[in-house]
Design a binder for this molecule. Sequence first.
Ligand SMILES: Nc1ncnc2c1ncn2[C@@H]1O[C@H](COP(=O)(O)OP(=O)(O)O)[C@@H](O)[C@H]1O
Ligand SMILES: Cc1ncc(COP(=O)(O)OP(=O)(O)O)c(N)n1
Length: 274
Amino acid sequence: MKKALTIAGSDSGGGAGIQADLKTFSELGVYGMSALTAVTAQNTLGVQAVFPMEPAAVAKQIDSIGSDIGTDAVKTGMLFSADIIEAVAEKIKHYQWEKVVVDPVMIAKGGASLLQKQAIASLKRYLLPLSMIVTPNIPEAEVLTERAIRTMEDKKAAAERIIKLGAKHVILKGGHDENPEESEDLLYDGHTFTLFQSKRIQTKNTHGTGCTFSAALTAGLAQGLPVNHAVSRAKDFIQAAIQYDLGIGNGHGPTNHWAYREYALNKGSVNAQG
Ligand SMILES: Nc1ncnc2c1ncn2[C@@H]1O[C@H](COP(=O)(O)OP(=O)(O)O)[C@@H](O)[C@H]1O
Ligand SMILES: Cc1ncc(COP(=O)(O)OP(=O)(O)O)c(N)n1
């Protein structure tokens, strides 16, 4: 049994954060574990409140896992503060975890801040150099690189800058792109760019897409898939989860975490173009 650890915040509404990660791990046949960084009071209409954990409490949860169960891969999501980021980075180094997926969660789709502004420097300095892959959406990549991203050339330049920050791979997600036909994610490993394209689904129910995608990617790495295969399967997983949404709540609803298993598994993969 392969194991994966998510270090992230709780979404009471169940669509993003720890809840999305654990559902995704389970759907992909990976044993899921969690270290909670914050509790959010959240639903499909937005984030009503954020209650961060003490950094020592985050570190202690990671120790409980690291000192006994161990893990095959780790992902980080909402980390909220510089102190939590530094505690997490310290533990990743201590346990010498290498399959580390950093989802640089900053702002929820409704606009709520999930990362303090003063924590961005710590994210870049302490966590990105420990990551096997970092998974920014376009606004997050703009913050990390301090450059606007409009064109494919901008995306490639941003990916190059993020690799220079110490990440081994970057997948720049295209959910926020203006392309009405496709949602395309750009993978860069420091040498080669690979584009993962899928049909853009017209829906308002995209809450938790980033968390779900990075959790699927983490599960793939835990199972020993090479990075590009893990990305390709994560893209198939999120495509199915968005396509077969559940219509839950009055705002931006969650995706369907069992859609990949139920409807899409082994029905072919999205295109990857070098
Ligand atoms: N409407 C959509 N149709 C198809 N894929 C989408 C859509 N929105 C997002 N995705 C995919 O979901 C994943 C998460 O992307 P994104 O929404 O940019 O992340 P985040 O939730 O971090 O903002 C990416 O693989 C992206 O291509
Ligand atoms: C607790 C928590 N963590 C992360 C997020 C952000 O999730 P994401 O997948 O980026 O989706 P949206 O919030 O943008 O819909 C979150 N909302 N809550």
